[in-house]
Design a protein around this ligand. Structure first.
Ligand code: NAP
Length: 289
């Protein structure tokens, strides 16, 4: 467990418990890509509910920083450096987690990159790298964690997919790989359900995280521009995804497996922009967003 002076303040002071006690007391929760964005907040939230959190990132300093934030806030966390697209690093990471924290109860496959563009512009190496980090990582981490989950007849895997895995929204390699994550989620759910293992996916829409920084640098109002596509009138925050991840990993979801939970402010429910234009055409008074 690490603690580092100068760590960022925790967005979620822990532990807190409450009337129902700690939802994940003593559970070992592995969160990949937890050095930033959604993964960082998921790590904090599980720690606030009593979990021992393995903060995994390929940038060791980042993982150390988040583990230190959690420790400073009173939670339990340890940092592990691993590129989750590489089998030897994943196997070593899961072995270290098991020896330091115990058997993995919950695995959150969250790490991803999205470097490629459209089919005509993406080169083969970038395609392979995107698919490896987005999809192969889920296969490798799940495989490494499943052994002991099957042996103990229990475990929950939550894969952070994307609305891009359901609909064509750009970043073709990333999107194809996210579609693969959704299908792999279903395969694991069906194949290992009898072993007491649940596997579900979350498909977030736009979430305000550092992965957007390059776009924000080019277009500081990018989130405000994107809002028009969202029926609920805002883009998402990491906590929106963390809420869903905690639910799917918890006992409250004990009869839910193989699903894709869209956490997208209504984006894929229909076209908010088109609906507004049609209503405007019809002279409807309901057209104002
Ligand atoms: P983020 O801020 O970039 O955080 C992801 C973290 O994972 C970063 O620290 C990243 O390091 C790390 N990482 C990347 N590749 C890795 C690897 N091979 N091994 C270990 N760590 C690795 O991204 P985010 O926005 O929080 O996204 C988290 C998840 O949500 C992803 O699966 C993403 O596809 C999904 N998602 C996000 C959005 C959104 O709008 N933000 C929407 C839909 C789905 P680097 O920074 O060095 O790459």
């Amino acid at each position: 467990m690490s603690e580092r002076p100068g760590a960022r303040p925790s967005p979620h002071p822990s532990p807190r418990g409450g009337e129902g006690g700690f939802r994940f007391e003593g559970k070992v929760v592995v969160v990949t890509g937890a050095g930033s964005g959604i993964g960082r907040v998921i790590a904090h939230r599980f720690a606030a509910e009593g979990a021992k959190v393995a903060v995994v990132d390929w940038l060791g300093d980042r993982a150390d920083g988040v583990a230190a934030e959690i420790s400073t806030a009173g939670g339990k966390a340890a940092a592990f450096r691993a590129d989750v697209s590489q089998a030897p690093e994943v196997e070593a990471m899961v072995a270290q987690v098991e020896s330091q924290l115990g058997h993995v109860d919950v695995l959150i496959n969250n790490a991803a990159i999205a470097d490629g563009d459209d089919v005509l512009r993406i080169d083969e190496a970038t395609w392979d790298r995107d698919v490896a980090v987005v999809l192969r990582s889920v296969f490798l981490c799940s495989k490494a964690a499943l052994h002991s989950m099957i042996g103990r007849h229990g475990g929950a895997i939550v894969n952070i997919a994307s609305v891009n895995g359901i609909s064509a929204l750009g970043n073709e390699a990333y999107s194809a790989a996210k579609a693969g994550v959704i299908n792999l989620t279903q395969s694991i759910a069906v194949r290992y359900g009898a072993n007491g293992i649940r596997c579900n996916a979350i498909a977030p829409g736009t979430i305000r995280t550092p992965i957007w920084q390059e776009r924000v640098d080019r277009d500081p109002v990018v989130f405000e521009r994107l809002v028009k596509w969202y029926p609920l009138g805002r883009v998402g925050e990491p906590d929106d995804v963390a809420n869903a991840a905690m639910f799917l990993a918890s006992e409250e979801a004990s009869w839910i497996t193989g699903i894709v939970l869209r956490v997208d402010g209504g984006l894929l429910a229909g076209s908010a922009r088109m609906t507004r234009e049609l209503l405007a055409e019809a002279g409807s008074e309901e057209l104002e967003p």
